[in-house]
Design a binder for this molecule. Structure first.
Ligand code: ACM
Ligand code: ZN
Length: 535
């Protein structure tokens, strides 16, 4: 009897162990991955069956994604009979999916089409790392349950300092999609270039989208320029095309029209919007300009409203990013219009003048049922509860979180991927950077969105985001090398629920790297070569 009991206990233990978590190759790591019986071989003849028309496009994209692995583009059919079946289950949350592989095939069930798309990204990674057999690719049985930690998983590309083509922006969006990011923050305007066609204000592209030359070398010491004009902008049709392209990949495009600072390209186009009636050139150096929008003149608000009206028609996003960062007060201090505004509105100082500006523009958004995101400097003169703070400065973290507003974390020492990604930037090809700061993969991975917070405060953290500023990044190859593999680390910070483990991430990254290779995506190899942390 005792023997039988021992045997039963052993069998039970085995059953439990058998259903226990398995090592997965997926990045970001899923919430749960348990072993399941059997395996399934995806072959060129496998069919992707969708049970809902809303899933057809994702299925088609998936068929394209894995065509290289399988040597064929899988057929997509609208029924319930296929090797890979996609379906919806409203009892799951918005971004939650299950992915089951068994001898019967593959099943992905999502709370929404976006969730199914995430399941397909996981499957794509499993296929890329799967065992190549005669008939196709053999996948081990597994039951994955997955959903993200935070709702905003963003990646920003600055196209103002250097312009990137429509095709390149789409490739950037493709890269974001692999990592289950769901926001593309498009930094479209800055001192060095205005990149979005606004029909009411044609000078913005005629004048503001071009700079006559670009500084060579480090901004703080150099006085030499390349003598080569740089420019570019997106037509409204191109923007709509990109927004649609991103939406098919369940990525929302949030445009940033940075104001009231970082506006020199605008002032070059329409000089009357500045505090001084003088001429401006689209800026040819980096850094912060003292010339900003005049907040005293009503014409500034008319202009902003005219621009935003067109922005609303191009971007369906709930949120519009209004910048608000790095706005010096010098011009406002000496401007009679701005000083009159301060007096008439009973404002205490120029910080409150910026808040007056942001509040008025926020109202323009509210009229169109949109909400504002701003960089953390918007808190200096006070903000409304409705504003979302994008936190990049450590010094503002405690205050920003204490306000109770929604916060998106983009702390520069974890999320600014223009920083060097190796401790030996000069011994290799990192190129120049705006400031001498280092953000290794390990450091990017160490971001914990809820660090130092009380559980009651977790809800304030709406998301995490990686930002790529492009002062010193002039071509798309460098965009990719800066972005990867660090984006994978931030993706896991924003997605993965539960304990994180860098060594396990590194193991999985070897697989993801192979997927990058297959897709022709470039990435930095410092980490893979073991030289990123060497001083
Ligand atoms: C910023 O880096 N100026 C938001
Ligand atoms: Zn002024």
């Amino acid at each position: 009897m005792k023997k039988i009991l021992t045997l039963v206990a052993a069998l039970l233990t085995f059953a439990v162990v058998y259903a226990e978590s398995v090592q997965t190759v997926i990045i970001p790591r899923p919430m749960e991955a348990n072993s399941a019986k059997g395996s399934y071989t995806i072959s060129p003849k496998s069919v992707v069956a969708v049970t809902d028309a809303a899933l057809v496009r994702s299925a088609e994209l998936f068929a394209e994604y894995v065509a290289k692995d399988l040597g064929a583009t899988l057929a997509v059919e609208q029924n319930e009979k296929g090797g890979i079946v996609l379906s919806l289950d409203k009892s799951l949350s918005k971004e939650e999916y299950t992915l089951t592989i068994s001898s019967k095939g593959v099943q992905i069930v999502g709370g929404t089409p976006a969730a199914v798309f995430y399941g397909l990204q996981s499957l794509r990674q499993l296929i890329s790392a799967g065992e190549v057999v005669k008939k196709g690719i053999k996948l081990a049985g597994v039951e994955i349950k997955d959903k993200p930690l935070v709702g905003h998983r963003g990646v920003m590309l600055d196209v103002a300092r250097h312009f990137f083509t429509v095709a390149e922006v789409k490739r950037f969006i493709d890269i974001a999609a692999i990592h289950k990011m769901n926001v593309f923050h498009w930094h479209l305007t800055d001192d060095q270039g205005w990149r979005v066609e606004i029909k009411k204000y044609p000078n913005l592209v005629k004048v503001g989208s071009k700079r006559k030359e670009t500084i060579i070398g480090r901004n703080s010491i150099s006085n030499t320029y390349d003598g080569t004009p740089h420019g570019g902008y997106y037509t409204q049709e191109e923007i709509k095309d990109i927004v649609k392209y991103a939406a098919e990949r369940y990525i929302e495009v949030i445009p940033e029209i940075d104001m009231p600072g970082h506006m020199v390209a605008t002032l070059a186009s329409y000089p009357h919007l500045g505090c001084r009636d003088e001429k401006f050139e689209v800026r040819t150096r980096w850094g912060i300009s003292k010339d900003v929008l005049c907040v005293g003149k009503e014409s500034t608000f008319e202009f902003v409203e005219g621009v935003l009206d067109e922005v609303f028609s191009l971007f369906p996003s709930k949120y519009i990013h209004l910048g608000g960062d790095e706005c010096p007060r010098a011009r406002w201090k000496e401007c009679p219009h701005c000083q009159k505004r301060i007096q008439e509105e009973g404002l205490k100082n120029e910080d409150e003048l910026q808040s007056y500006f942001m509040h008025r523009v926020e109202k323009m958004l509210a009229k169109h049922n949109r909400k504002m995101i701003g960089w953390d400097e918007i808190i200096y003169g006070g903000i409304n509860k409705s504003a979302t703070i994008m936190l990049w400065n450590d010094r503002n973290r405690a205050k920003a979180i204490s306000l109770g507003n929604d916060v998106i974390l983009s702390p520069k020492y974890f999320c600014y991927i223009d920083y060097y990604q190796t401790k030996r930037p000069y011994s290799n090809k990192e190129g120049l950077m705006f400031k001498e700061r280092i953000l290794t993969l390990r450091k990017a991975y160490s971001l914990n969105p809820f660090e130092g917070l009380q559980p009651s405060e977790y809800g304030r953290i709406r998301g995490v985001q990686t930002n790529l500023w492009t002062e010193y990044i002039a071509d798309f190859e460098r965009v990719q090398i800066k972005t990867l593999p660090r984006l994978a680390a931030t993706a896991e910070a924003g997605w993965t629920i539960g304990e994180k483990n860098f060594d396990d991430f590194a193991r999985r990254l070897e697989h993801l790297r192979r997927l990058y290779d297959k897709c022709g995506i470039r990435y930095a190899t410092y980490f893979f070569d073991g030289v990123d942390e060497i001083e």
